[in-house]
Design a protein around this ligand. Structure first.
Ligand SMILES: Cc1ncc(COP(=O)(O)O)c(C=O)c1O
Length: 326
């Protein structure tokens, strides 16, 4: 059964909130729930644009496949965000670093108790105005390294943007906060040695020659749109970028020797922020964030210049959602 058929079966209650009884069982008990996160940006002429929304649409389809949900046709993904942005465009302004955060999501929407994929699903998009992630300019952030919990394992759902991945990251996040850290960095499930990603962001290290290394994608890492864009921007400016395993020990020795000059996290919400310290139960590794040209902040500037239309992007990363006169 394809998406339209499964959605049609939900048509008797197409509006929010979905049938609470159905939703409780299909999505809340068995976790058949996926979502996306992207932003709409207003440019100086008043027009509104999404950043690489086709990557979000493709990731949504991949998440759906992994969770046994139907694939949403990509044109419906684009139409839905465009319609919402047109209705809610007054929430956008040209205040620097502000945007409209868009959250498309699909949930099982059917009453049943046996464990199986739902035959009725619902798709929604909600939005929220988003202010600057940092109130007083970008600052570096301490990160907690979880050595007891992992986020995802080989063959699991780590590469999908599904609700369960986040549920499993919340107790470690509490632990991080108790230790004065804003976010959690997870290590690989098999060896407990290699960097994977933060609960909601990807990670990079910067070497003193200005090259970048980021964990290679696998079925336990979410393919961030920001991560992909940073790789492409960095390569275009002539930097070497490696996608490979990074051991926590390699980071420790690299920071101690001065070979590693910066660590940073990246994702739609914060774009990029430098990491000041990696902290675990028995260790603290400080990052100088002192590369020759502060690579993370210069990449952040390049990325936001594209997102806010301050420079033209020749790769057509921006998708227009509304014209200057809407
Ligand atoms: C687990 C996880 N990793 C990485 C990211 C960064 O992805 P993106 O750059 O597409 O926001 C996110 C945010 O969506 C995430 O939830």
């Amino acid at each position: 059964m394809d998406f339209r058929q499964r959605l049609a079966r939900t048509a008797h209650h197409p509006l929010w909130p979905p049938d609470s009884q159905s939703c409780v069982i299909g999505a809340a008990h068995y976790g058949q729930a996926i979502f996306e996160g992207l932003k709409a940006y207003q440019h100086a002429d008043g027009s509104i644009w999404a950043f690489r929304a086709e990557l979000n649409a493709a990731r949504f389809a991949k998440s759906a496949e992994r969770l046994g949900l139907p694939e949403l046709p990509k044109e419906l993904f684009f139409q839905s965000i465009q319609q919402l942005v047109c209705m809610d465009s007054k929430w956008l302004s040209q205040t620097p670093e502000t945007s409209l955060y868009l959250r498309p999501f699909m949930i099982a929407n059917e009453s049943f108790l046996g464990v199986r994929g739902a035959e009725k699903v619902a798709f929604y998009v909600i939005a929220s105005p988003a202010g600057p992630y940092f109130e007083n300019g970008v600052s570096s952030v301490p990160i907690w390294v979880s050595t007891h919990h992992t986020r995802a394992a080989k063959g699991g759902t780590g590469y999908a943007k599904c609700a369960g991945n986040y549920a499993g990251s919340l107790a470690p996040l509490q632990e991080a906060r108790q230790n004065g850290c804003a976010q959690v960095l997870f290590l690989d499930a098999e060896h407990g040695q290699y960097l994977e990603e933060l609960g909601g962001m990807n990670i990079f290290i910067v070497l003193k020659d200005g090259s970048l290394i980021t964990p290679a994608l696998s079925d336990s890492i979410l393919a961030g749109v920001t991560r992909q864009s940073i790789i492409e921007i960095a390569r275009a400016e002539g930097r070497r970028v490696e996608e490979r395993q990074i051991g926590l020990e390699e980071v420790r020795t690299g920071l101690a020797s001065g070979e590693v000059t910066e660590l940073f996290a990246c994702g739609t919400a914060a774009v990029i922020f430098p990491i000041s310290i990696l902290k675990g139960l028995n260790f603290e590794y400080s990052s100088p964030n002192a590369g020759p040209a502060n690579v993370s902040l210069s990449l952040r500037q390049k990325l936001t210049d594209i997102q806010y239309g301050r420079v033209k992007n020749s790769s057509n990363w921006m998708r227009q959602l509304s014209s200057a006169h809407n």
